[in-house]
Design a protein around this ligand. Structure first.
Ligand SMILES: [Mg+2]
Length: 247
């Protein structure tokens, strides 16, 4: 089976960027997209607002306290949907295999692309340029051999960045990666894993190996488990079980 080429595209501060694009008065200013009110939450925050610690899903009243000079804009989803549709049309010029995650994020499988560009990296570059020039918005993109890594990659140089993980670099990229970078691992899980001595993906890989050794009753179990706790690699030894590598 050939190696897949996946791009994860993530629009930067999407709703806030659409507001800043459409109203020049908002450019360069801390913009918070949210309804006002005690029970309201932030839908999006411009990067200027994020500098004050404001982020999406935060209570709007808290955002107001953190950044009193923020300009609050009520969300207008019809405009965000229209912008999202135009982003989609750009994607469709390059591939039919599109998996949207939300209005501002999607995975594209460009193992074979429609535009005839030689590499996935070139496709990602072109898409970012098109979004900038045609829609006057910015997007970050990650290119990798699978969705999991592409999503990590798009976050790597955010905002307005591109990061590529080549298939041959996966084995060196993953082990030192902090677990907090794994999509879906939030602050709580990260703290809990840290308590167990698990700080990196490499530690998780060792844990998986240890679990496997325990289940197979192999003597390596205790030493591997110990190095998991101390966060140190076990002495290098050949990994004979293909399932022992992750993911
Ligand atoms: Mg986004």
């Amino acid at each position: 089976m050939s190696i897949r080429k996946i791009i994860h595209v993530d629009m930067d501060a999407f709703y806030a960027s659409v507001e800043q694009r459409d109203d020049p008065q908002l450019r360069g200013k801390p913009v918070v997209v949210a309804w006002r009110g005690n029970r309201s939450v932030v839908c999006a925050a411009s990067y200027e607002a994020r500098r004050f610690g404001v982020h999406s899903a935060m209570a709007a009243v808290r955002a107001e306290r953190l950044c009193p000079e923020a300009i609050f804009v009520p969300p207008d989803f019809s405009r965000y949907r229209a912008a999202s549709q135009m982003v989609r049309e750009i994607f469709q010029q390059h591939t039919d295999l599109i998996e949207p995650l939300s209005l501002d994020e999607a995975y594209l499988d460009v193992t074979e692309n429609k535009s005839g560009l030689p590499t996935a990296t070139r496709v990602a570059k072109t898409i970012r340029e098109q979004i900038r020039e045609e829609l006057r918005l910015t997007a970050s993109a990650g290119v990798a051999p699978n969705k999991f890594l592409a999503k990590i990659a798009s976050d790597w140089r955010k905002p307005d960045g591109l990061f590529v993980i080549q298939p041959q670099d996966v084995d060196t990229f993953l082990p030192p990666l902090p677990v907090g970078r794994i999509p879906g691992v939030g602050k709580v899980t990260e703290a809990r894993l840290k308590q167990l001595g698990i700080q990196t993906v490499g530690d998780l890989q060792l844990l998986e190996l240890a679990t496997e050794c325990v289940s197979m009753n192999l003597p390596e179990a205790s030493i591997t488990a110990r190095s998991c706790r101390t966060g140190r690699r076990s002495p290098s030894r050949p990994r004979t079980h293909s399932s022992a590598t992750c993911p």
